[in-house]
Design a protein around this ligand. Structure first.
Ligand code: TYC
Length: 102
């Protein structure tokens, strides 16, 4: 047991939450220059969304300034951010993608 106290014969056990790995929100940020269809394409290609879902999230980012596009483990989130940033840079669009611990 992991109890504490002065009597060494009394063992108590504190229930703790089972350990889950932390999750990370991947977010897309709005800008004035990246074409809407390019953003939709990114959401389909890297986040496995269908066209309707991708269009909806793109519009949310456009109207609200940002949106969470998915929640992943650290490693997967990092990979998604890198893929989006690299693809946008290669096409010379200023699109920004970030991650944040949930
Ligand atoms: N605001 C952009 C436009 O009007 C579209 C856009 C949407 C850009 C989402 C970035 O993450 C973004 N062309």
């Amino acid at each position: 047991g992991n109890g504490n106290g002065s009597d060494p014969t009394i063992l108590t056990k504190t229930r703790t939450r089972s350990q889950r790995p932390p999750l990370y929100k991947v977010m897309l940020l709005n800008d004035d220059y990246t074409p809407m269809e390019f953003v939709v394409h990114i959401l389909e290609r890297f986040f496995g969304l269908n066209h309707a879902q991708a269009f909806e999230i793109m519009l949310t980012v456009h109207k609200k300034g940002l949106a969470v596009v998915g929640v992943f483990s650290f490693e997967v989130a990092e990979t998604k951010v890198a893929q989006v940033m690299d693809f946008a840079r290669r096409h010379q669009h200023p699109l920004q993608c970030t991650m944040e611990k949930e």
